[in-house]
Design a protein around this ligand. Structure first.
Ligand SMILES: Cc1cc2nc3c(=O)[nH]c(=O)nc-3n(C[C@H](O)[C@H](O)[C@H](O)COP(=O)(O)OP(=O)(O)OC[C@H]3O[C@@H](n4cnc5c(N)ncnc54)[C@H](O)[C@@H]3O)c2cc1C
Length: 429
């Protein structure tokens, strides 16, 4: 039997290398946002990028992409950099792109830039070629996103802005945002996820001063940091605090930490895993989601975290249900108190499901998930509006929130949109 050995050096890819610019027209001052479009895509993260590429492949070119940051995959990369993550958790096979079209894929792209890769990174490319699990540098992923955006004409169709309201009608959807209105035939929501806030009751009034979320800047100086959360983000926060020379307390609700390569079971990235969600009763899907969407840490962190615990730099408070959070301290339900100089909250993320943009009766949320047509990923009560990314998890399974799941979602959405536009064109003749 082969034993899996965690290799911490895989986590250490260099960041912000000088990657060759993608050939193409120089960026110019963008024209004003058009008043009409066949499709408006809300969000230019990995999911929005995949949707834009898919639409390009099926011949839908009158597309407007609106994103708060106005940069392809901008928020994703900002979050990654904020916690100092250097490699993706997903392997080379999980490239942002389109299911069914053989574009230059993430691994091909890495091979084309072999000279820029370190020896460790090259070995990971070979691992992927041999069909093994592989680790992708964030640098490679960022450059690949730029490449994907450029070859599918995304920069010329991407505008910064925030979409505030969608008004679906029988023939069109009105998209209203910060100082603009676009009249679209179809809208695809690719909003991603927002950070999960602390439950009401952990503190009263304003958030205590020495308490911060994972996506906020680190404290100016803290000798003892308390990290709450069980996922990969927590592992990065612990690593960063140890690097700063701080002592760390790690508060885990579970009885033990979980180490896994991927954040969901690998079967959910394949058709047989997705089939476990197809036409299955809602309660069974909810049970699967509860079981499968649980926080875990990449194996490669295990040696560092175990060593820090053994030599006392890290104290792990396992089985700690939190009762309250105060200034730099956490009170556990069993009466234990974990005190430090700063508390980090890394409680995961919550899918954005169109609530706030669409009226509630059109989102028709159940247990926090929107009511989507399983075949097309359109909102059942607003068939001109589609959802990709985490919002599609109750159709595609837990991998719907991952880069690989976006590909599956985009294939369904692009096919439906192209067919709808064709039917309308025929009806007009
Ligand atoms: C730290 C971290 C590491 C991760 N690592 C991986 C990984 O290795 N592999 C993997 O598969 N997944 C990973 N994930 C999950 C990851 O979030 C998704 O795979 C990916 O970012 C989702 O892409 P997205 O486009 O759905 O969302 P996002 O990347 O969040 O993009 C959504 C975009 O939509 C914009 N937006 C939202 N609402 C509006 C609006 N109303 N108007 C205008 N713009 C709007 C947002 O500002 C954002 O720019 C990670 C997540 C985090 C937080």
């Amino acid at each position: 039997m082969t034993r899996f050995l965690p290799r911490p050096e895989l986590l250490d890819s260099p960041r912000h290398r000088d990657w060759p610019a993608v050939p193409g027209p120089e960026p110019s001052v963008p024209p004003p946002l058009p008043a009409t479009a066949d499709v408006v895509v809300v969000g230019a993260g990995p999911a929005g990028l995949a949707v834009a590429a898919a639409l390009w492949h099926v011949g839908v070119h009158d597309v407007v992409i609106i994103d708060r940051d106005g940069r392809p995959a901008g928020r994703f990369l900002d979050r990654i950099d904020r916690i100092g993550q250097r490699v993706l958790r997903s392997p080379y096979e999980h490239h942002p792109g389109v299911e069914g079209y053989r574009d230059c894929e993430l691994r091909d792209f890495a091979r084309m830039h072999w000279a820029l890769l370190t020896a460790v990174e090259r070995r990971e490319v070979r691992m992927s070629q041999a069909g093994h699990r592989s680790v992708v540098p964030v640098d490679v992923f960022e450059a690949y996103c730029r490449h994907t955006a450029a070859i599918h004409g995304v920069p010329a169709r991407l505008w910064p802005g925030e979409v505030r309201v969608l008004e679906p009608g029988p023939e069109r959807v009105t998209v209203q945002g910060t100082g603009f209105t676009v009249d679209a035939r179809y809208v695809v929501l690719c909003q991603g996820e927002e950070r999960r806030a602390a439950p009401a009751g952990w503190w009263s009034g304003a958030r205590p001063a020495a308490v911060g979320y994972w996506d906020e800047p680190p404290p100016a100086r803290a000798g003892h940091e308390v990290v709450v959360g069980a996922g990969l983000t927590s592992a990065h926060l612990i690593h960063n605090a140890l690097e700063r020379g701080a002592r760390v307390s790690w508060v885990l609700r579970e009885e033990s930490e979980r180490y896994q390569c991927s954040d969901v079971n690998a079967s959910f990235f394949r058709a047989e895993g997705r089939a476990r969600f197809d036409n299955v009763p809602w309660a069974d899907r909810m049970a699967l989601m509860r079981r499968e969407r649980r926080a875990s840490v990449m194996f490669e962190f295990r040696p560092e975290l175990r060593a820090a615990e053994a030599d006392g730099r890290l104290t792990v408070r396992r089985g700690g249900e939190i009762a309250a959070v105060g200034d730099g301290e956490v009170l556990l339900a069993d009466g234990r108190r974990v005190a430090g100089d700063h508390v980090w909250l890394a409680l995961g993320t919550v899918p954005s499901i169109g609530a706030g943009l669409l009226p509630d009766d059109l989102v028709a949320a159940r247990d926090g998930w929107p009511d989507l047509d399983e075949r097309t990923l359109a909102f059942r009560a607003a068939p001109r509006v589609f959802a990709a990314g985490a919002a599609a998890c109750m159709v595609l399974g837990p991998a719907g929130r991952n880069i690989d799941g976006h590909r599956v979602a985009t294939a369904r959405i692009a096919t439906s949109v192209a067919a709808g536009l064709r039917d309308q064109a025929v009806a007009r003749v």
